[in-house]
Design a protein around this ligand. Structure first.
Ligand SMILES: [Zn+2]
Length: 154
């Protein structure tokens, strides 16, 4: 495994690009996921998208929180080609940070509840219904795949 360098800066072209879908889950993709996981755990973030480590490919990691207390009990879920199928009309505002924008914390409006479909590392299609912070993290990370940063949403 290897720690990856996190790309920073609101004007970095890699962060502003629309990422390409993963066509085949090969060794390179699996290594990227392993390295991203190590990097996310070291940085202590709640999520990480491949463009943040310099890869314009549709892979995100989400630290799904299992309890109300953030960072206490969670599982890191890799999502390949994630697609949000449903956004609740109900929204909430919450403060978000981003590993690519150090020191920047902005209030962002997000849907309370989403349904996300993605491929796992074995290529199986999965679907998750997420609420609250978990829904917020997925929306934030999927935005990265579209080249959208919190500075665009605030
Ligand atoms: Zn971010």
């Amino acid at each position: 495994m290897a720690l990856l360098e996190i790309i920073t800066g609101a004007d970095n072209p890699i962060l502003l690009k629309v990422s390409d879908s993963v066509s085949k889950i090969n060794k390179k993709v699996l290594k990227l996921i392993r390295d991203m996981k190590e990097t996310l755990l070291k940085e202590g973030g709640l999520g990480l998208a491949a463009p943040q480590v310099g890869q314009n490919t549709r892979v995100i990691l989400v630290a799904i929180q299992k309890s109300e207390k953030v960072g206490k009990d969670y599982v890191v879920v890799p999502m390949i080609n994630p697609e949000i199928l449903n956004f609740s009309d109900e929204t909430c505002t919450g403060e978000e940070g981003c590993l690519s924008l150090p020191g920047e914390y902005l209030n962002i409006v997000r849907s309370n509840k989403i349904t996300v479909r993605f491929l796992d590392e074995k290529g199986n299609e999965k679907m998750l219904v997420l609420e609250g912070l978990n829904a917020r993290i997925v929306q934030h990370e999927v935005d990265h795949l579209e080249g959208i940063l919190i500075t665009h949403r605030a």
